[in-house]
Design a protein around this ligand. Sequence first.
Ligand SMILES: [Zn+2]
Ligand SMILES: [Zn+2]
Length: 81
Amino acid sequence: MTTQQCPKCKQNAFTWYVSEVLPNITVWSCNACPLQIYEDDKEEEVCENCNEKTKTFLQSQEEQFNWCSECNAVTNYQLNE
Ligand SMILES: [Zn+2]
Ligand SMILES: [Zn+2]
């Protein structure tokens, strides 16, 4: 499986799998840092940085942000309370 650049540690070690418990959830995790974050499988949006339709919404208990799998831009970063 191909890996992508992790939005946290910037290592090329970010991979995903489909959750067995929640089939419409994609789980993203990094092999180089503790980041594990969830993607709700809905339409990807157009990235304002690279104009590709590859911007997705990732969220965990701690944080949420938009992330583009094409250019790795992180936008709308929010720490959850
Ligand atoms: Zn990482
Ligand atoms: Zn982009």
